[in-house]
Design a protein around this ligand. Sequence first.
Ligand code: SIN
Ligand code: FE
Length: 286
Amino acid sequence: MQAIEEIGITSWRETAPRMAEALEIGKVVLAPRLHFELPEPERRFLSPACLDGKSKNVSYRPATGALGGASPDADRAALTAMLKRYFERTSALLEALCPEYCGKLSPGFTSFRPAEIAGRATSWRKDDTRLHVDAFPSRPLRGLRIIRVFSNVNPAAPRMWRVGDAFENVARTFLPKIAKASPVSAWLLHILRITKTRRTPYDHLMLGIHDAMKADERYQRECPQVSIAIPPGATWMCFTDSVPHAAMSGQFALEQTFYLPVEAMRDPSRSPLRILERLTGKALLT
Ligand code: SIN
Ligand code: FE
């Protein structure tokens, strides 16, 4: 299967046929000509100096308007306005491209990523230059799908990604290697407020797959994968909980996360939840 579905749209409200289907079967939808324009006063944010020195991203929470990760010296109101505009544009985009999800998506954080990826020092678990599917240690998703929209706002350099194998193949490879979940530890994590809600067996398996993929150097080198250069100005999106992805290099991207209930998919049997339930023979939202 082709990993990429390229579309020619140039505006945030333009439609294109069968986009939800393309996303659900595991494609990265790439719109090279859909630009998130930065007016002149916002170009000063194209620098890691707008970060607080601890965070790798500036984040914005659409539900509250709160900004995080920004330097106290940055123009916070203008940064907030840029991220809010990205949330609005990407919301309109998904409404136009995936009308079947209308009213069912809920927004997560918006992020601005002004740091160069290549050469950044991190632990293997946080290293997004290793192929992985997204799963969050502190936010159990209980089966909710993750759709992420990105725009490369670097005027000169591409963002280099790798895209890996179909989720079902990934799951078949790594499921046998994941230690059994302990209900006591799920309960403790919740009581100690390390997780926001109780971690379900689904969340345990997704985190296990995330970690096992990243830890396996040989898999990283030898698994089926393609490299893609996302050109300056392009916008792209995929279900990051099922499409293995790695960001190898690049600087200056915006990203918006959305969540979608499994039942709102055209074909819920393609969700990681249903695939893992089928492979394990167990209900995983207990
Ligand atoms: C990731 O989601 O793993 C990183 C993607 C990116 O920043 O391009
Ligand atoms: Fe990721």
